[in-house]
Ligand binder design. Structure first.
Ligand code: 3PG
Length: 218
């Protein structure tokens, strides 16, 4: 009954942490990816919320190949192929949109749609998604709520990535659950640190997060 997980998501599961980043200045892309990596965070969701997002994604793929970078906030069908062409390892969205899931499936592009209810999970299952973004994790009730909606589907081997409202204070609680593949959020790349080019500051946030989930950082 359990489908094998896409290798990209296996890798995300090994990294256990994903930084959610919004890049407004494309010159920030490479130093940001390097800073996160130096702190031990090896995966990021680069949100397609700015004009420079795709170019930033491309630059990271070229300059920082050790960083696994996926495209987030995929809201339109054409963004599926655009993200793939820019080198995104996977796609994510805040919600579960049939047209986007069909496009991702057709393209063989690993995609984690956002789910918040059992109905969302079942829609994602129609498109063979096995890794789901749980969004907005804290707003919906955190791990307690996720566990209660995950139970009926456990035999299918679904794994979740809680995002939305996660921070240093609640991060570790998520990693105790076998339902969780990885966890993360935007606190790892705060705008004030990006704006001031405080890469050391971002590296320490990454290192602290890695330590909080029981890793060692680098
Ligand atoms: C996302 O796109 O995953 C969210 O914006 C992350 O939520 P956060 O900003 O609360 O971490």
């Amino acid at each position: 009954m359990m489908a094998r997980m896409h290798p990209v998501f296996e890798r995300l599961g090994e990294s256990r942490l994903a930084a959610v980043v919004m890049i407004e200045n494309e010159e920030h892309a490479v130093p940001l990816a390097r800073a996160l990596l130096a702190g031990g965070v090896t995966a990021m969701e680069l949100t397609l919320r700015t004009d420079v997002a795709l170019e930033s994604l491309k630059q990271i793929g070229i300059e920082v190949p050790e960083m696994m970078v996926g495209a987030g906030t995929v809201l339109r069908e054409e963004q599926v192929s655009a993200a793939r062409d820019a080198g995104a390892a996977f796609g994510m969205a805040p919600g579960t949109n049939r047209r986007i899931l069909a496009a991702a499936k057709d393209a063989g592009f690993p995609f984690a749609p956002g789910i918040a209810t059992p109905t969302d999970i079942e829609l994602a299952l129609e498109f063979d998604c096995r890794v789901l973004k749980f969004f907005p994790a804290e707003g919906m009730g955190g791990l307690k709520y996720l566990t209660s909606i995950a139970i009926p589907y456990r035999q299918l081997g679904l794994r979740y990535i809680p995002l939305g409202g996660v921070h240093e204070g609640n991060l570790a609680s998520y990693t105790t659950s076998p339902d969780i593949l990885a966890v993360g959020g935007s606190w790892l790349a705060p705008k004030p640190l990006l704006d001031t080019g405080d890469w050391k500051g971002i590296e320490s946030l990454a290192r602290r997060a890695v330590a909080l989930i029981g890793g060692t950082g680098e």
